[in-house]
Structures are given as C-alpha cells and as structure tokens.
Design a protein around this ligand. Structure first.
Ligand code: SAH
Ligand code: SF4
Ligand code: F3S
Length: 476
C-alpha cells in the first residue's frame, strides 16, 4: 500500500515492481546440482509473501532464487485473478516467457497462485507451454511436481486445504529493503463478497499458530528489520486456539503480542473488514505506540443497496459508525484508506454519488480504485447482469479518483507544520541527496539525507506536500 494510486489498472496492495533477489543457497549435497529459480509475483501482498515461502521450500532442494530470468532453470509466475486485466497481464507475460523456451528446451515454466487455482488444468491446454499449474495450498508439493516435469510429464496440483498455513516455513525475504517485511497470519476468506474471486482461489479461512507469528517477528527483529505488516484478507477475523483449547487468541490479542516483541518494531496490518473491526482492536492500537495509527478499511461502495448486492454484510450507516469509532478512539490523525469499486451491477448515478459523499465524510488519506470487472463463477456473475457500460464505469471511476486526489491533498495539508516520526526505507526516488520513508499513517515522507540512513527513525518537521508525498526537514 503505497501512496495514492490513480492508475485504474493498478493491482492493489502490491509493491511496485515484482523482481526476485539473489539468495545464497548451498548446493544439494546428493547431486551437487544448483538449479536456479526465478519467480515473478503479481497481485496482492499475500502473493508476494507466498513467493517467499516457495523460495524457501525450494532452497531446501538446492534451488537458488535469482533475479535474472536468463539464467533460470525454473520460472514461476505467481498470479492474480482479481480482475480480468490482471489475468491478461499474466497471459502476455507467459507468451514472452514461452518464447524463451524455444532456445532453452529444458526450461520449466510454472503458473502458481490464484490463476492456477481458478483455471486449473485448463491453463495447460490454453497456454500450451506451461509445464506446471500449482495452487496456493500445494507449494509443499513443488519439489515432487518439478521432478514429475523433469521426468517428461506435466504436473498439476490445485488442491485447497483447510489447514495449510505454512506456519513452520521460514520465508526467504525477496525484494527486501531490509527494513520492512510481511508476515502472513491467515489464509483464505470465508466472506463471499459477490464480486470477488478470492474465496474460490484461496479457499476457506484459516488462522496461523500465534506462536509461529510471534517467532517470525522476533527473528525479523534479530535480523535488523524495523517494521512488519500482518497480512490476511480479513485480519479482524483472526482466531487461533491451542490444540488443548487453553489458549485462545483473537486479532487484538495477536496485535498486542506482536507489538510486545520490541518497542522499536513498527506493526502494521491489512486488510480490516468493516463488519469485523472491533473497538478492542482500536483500543489495542491506541495502547501501543509502535502499532501504526493507520487502518485500511475498504468500503467498496457508499450506497447501502449496492453494498447489499455486493454481499458486504454492512451498510452505509454501519460503516460510518465504524469510522466514528476510529475517530473517537484514535483521533483525527489516524490514517484511513479504502478500496472502491465503480459501476457495480445496476449501480445508479445517485448510488454512485453516495460513494463520493461517503468519501467526503471519511476524508480518506488514499484509496485503491477500480471499475467493476466481472469474474466467472462469482455470485455476482451468476446472479446479476454486468449492465453498466464501460464508458460509464470509467467516468464514475475517474470521478472517484478526482475526489480522492482532492481528499489526499487536503489530508496531507493537515500534516504540514507537524512533526512526523519517519522510518527510513532508502533514497528518495528522485535524488540520492534525499531519503524517503513512511510516517505512522503510511504516507511517504521525503527529507534531506544528512547523516541518516535506512532503518533509522527520524523526526521530520513537514513543511510542504503534494497529493502523494510529504516533504520536510529532520529535526535534531
Ligand atoms: N479482502 C479485501 C480485498 C481483497 S481484493 C477486502 O475485503 O477488502 C482487493 C480489492 O480489489 C477489493 O477490495 C476490491 O476493491 C477490488 N476487487 C475485488 N474484486 C473485484 C472485481 N471483480 N472488480 C473490480 N475490483 C475488484
Ligand atoms: Fe474478497 Fe470479500 Fe474476502 Fe475481501 S472479504 S477477499 S473482497 S470475499
Ligand atoms: Fe489477486 Fe489472489 Fe491476491 S486473486 S488480489 S493474488 S488473493
């Protein structure tokens, strides 16, 4: 979740550029072989986090993850199905990679993730040069599946699990800045929002052992990390109990345990669901200074009838009340962001106006904004007609984007003149004379480098802003 994103084709919650990193792996001792794995990830942070699990599973088999496609023996695309556009991007990339196969006949090409799960063996038929199709709960099987492909077969495993959380697997951090990392706390989703493909591609919701989450946070701190983001499609429904039932942990309890790992570790989380976020969670955020005062609370639409069609199970009033609770408990400075869908089935102009007026009420710091894209097999695809013309969807989306730009600027202007604690992530995009990092509210802050470096916490007095960035001077 970066700064304000206005690209209508943007896939939410993903770091900017998927690019695997070089990691050092000892060669497999039985064969002396060292094969190279290249993974490209698409979609949400859960996918990026899964690629780190895949890298770890295959490291044990003598694979070295590389960022260089040209030296790869195995190429995986970890894919997303959330909108049609996301799948088109992957198909185009598969065609490029397949072209490489002509000159490198031994190259293994696999599709992982949500498209693998949605399309299953159809992908082998559609994209003739794909050798493997592996769903998100079958990554432990990757070594066997690669063996099958090495033996001349094509391999598919798209079984979903009710238990798999990869809790015991220590992810190999790819693309890391060495400062922030993601920890997956749960998998799947039980919500069945009518537009959404995730319950079909990720299966039933399950929560990961709380101890393994805390242990992962501890080892990240030992490695020098300063920030973790706890990931799940609906973190507020996190619920874990020990086998004998004596220990029960909900999301507020988990947040507290992770916050207590180190006062120097910033804790973020995503995504919160408006129907489930509790006051207990809000009070936990308030209690610990190292839990960021920032909540990603996707509303999707500001109109109650549309929300009902979307099967979001809350209405406009409920959402407004949750926002009021955030403001009451955490104050005006708590950052709030959202996801919005323009032009859902049967949405009228008045209903679209309700989305704009809700945005005004909440004053979102930023939003991820999309027009509705029908996904085969979802409740909406089966029950409703996708009847809003594309030009209308795009026009409504543009109005939502324009509104958000106005609000982001307004919210950023409110930050000018105030001191922000910034965790430095590296050089600013524009100049090595400046550093950039994020404040508590996840906003990018740029300031002169001085003697500061990546991983430092710096107090910055913000003196100006744009729609997407705050600028300031470090104070001694
Ligand atoms: N679990 C998160 C959302 C994950 S998907 C939540 O409930 O908020 C991320 C975002 O993609 C969604 O919030 C929604 O805004 C968007 N999205 C999902 N399905 C879509 C579709 N069919 N068309 C357009 N946008 C969609
Ligand atoms: Fe999709 Fe809804 Fe689950 Fe989010 S909560 S992943 S939008 S079904
Ligand atoms: Fe996409 Fe799957 Fe995430 S559909 S948004 S990669 S859960």
């Amino acid at each position: 979740m970066n700064s304000l994103l206005t690209d209508i084709d943007f896939i939410p919650e993903a770091p900017a550029q998927p690019e695997a990193c070089e990691t050092k792996v000892t060669p497999d001792q039985n064969t002396g072989r060292l094969r190279k794995l290249y993974i490209e990830s698409y979609g949400c942070q859960m996918n990026y986090s899964d690629s780190e699990i895949v890298s770890s599973i295959l490291a044990k088999e003598g694979f070295d993850t590389t960022s260089d496609l040209n030296i790869a023996d195995v190429v995986f695309l970890n894919t997303c199905s959330i909108r049609e556009k996301a799948e088109q991007t992957v198909r185009a990339r598969l065609r490029q990679i397949n072209a490489l196969k002509k000159s490198r006949p031994g190259l293994v090409v696999g599709v992982l993730g949500c498209m693998a799960e949605r399309l299953k063996s159809k992908l082998l038929e559609e994209e003739k040069l794909v050798d493997m199709v592996v769903g998100p709960d079958a990554y432990r099987e990757l070594p066997n599946l690669i063996n099958e492909v090495d033996g001349g077969q094509r391999a598919v495993n798209v079984l979903l699990s009710r238990e798999e959380t990869y809790a015991d697997i220590n992810p190999i951090r790819l693309n890391t800045n060495g400062v922030s990392a993601f920890i997956s706390i749960m998998r799947g989703c039980d919500n069945m929002c009518s537009f959404c493909v995730v319950p079909f591609t990720r299966g039933r919701e399950r929560s990961r052992d709380a101890h393994s989450i805390v242990a992962e946070a501890q080892s990240l701190v030992a490695e020098g990390y300063k920030e973790v983001t706890l990931l799940g499609q609906n973190v507020d429904s996190y619920k874990w109990a020990s086998a004998d039932g004596t220990e029960q942990v909900n999301f507020a309890g988990l947040l507290e345990r992770v916050a207590l790992v180190s006062p120097d570790l910033r804790v973020r989380f995503s995504t919160s669901h408006p129907k489930d976020i509790t006051d207990e969670v809000l009070y936990t955020i308030k209690k610990y200074p190292n839990i960021c005062k920032y909540i990603h609370l996707p509303v999707q639409s500001g109109n109650s009838r549309v929300l009902e069609l979307m099967n979001r199970t809350y209405d406009r009033e409920w959402y407004i009340n949750r926002v009021k609770a955030i403001r009451r408990i955490l104050g005006q400075e708590c950052g709030i962001s959202s996801d919005m869908i323009a032009g859902f089935c049967t949405e009228t102009e008045e209903e679209h106006q309700d989305t704009l007026s809700l945005m005004d009420f909440v004053q979102y710091d930023y939003s991820y904004m999309f027009f509705y894209s029908e996904r085969p097999g979802t409740l909406a695809a089966r029950k409703f007609v996708d009847d809003i013309p594309l030009e209308v969807k795009k026009r409504r989306l543009q109005e939502i984007i324009d509104k958000q730009r106005e609000l982001s600027l307004l919210r950023n202007q409110q930050d000018v003149g105030k001191i922000h604690r910034v965790l430095v992530e590296g050089f600013s995009k524009k100049s090595e004379a400046d550093l950039q990092g994020r404040n508590d509210q996840n906003k990018v802050v740029v300031f002169p480098k001085g003697n500061y470096q990546k991983g430092d916490y710096v107090e910055v007095l913000v003196d100006s802003c744009s729609v997407g960035t705050l600028f300031g001077q470090p104070i001694k």
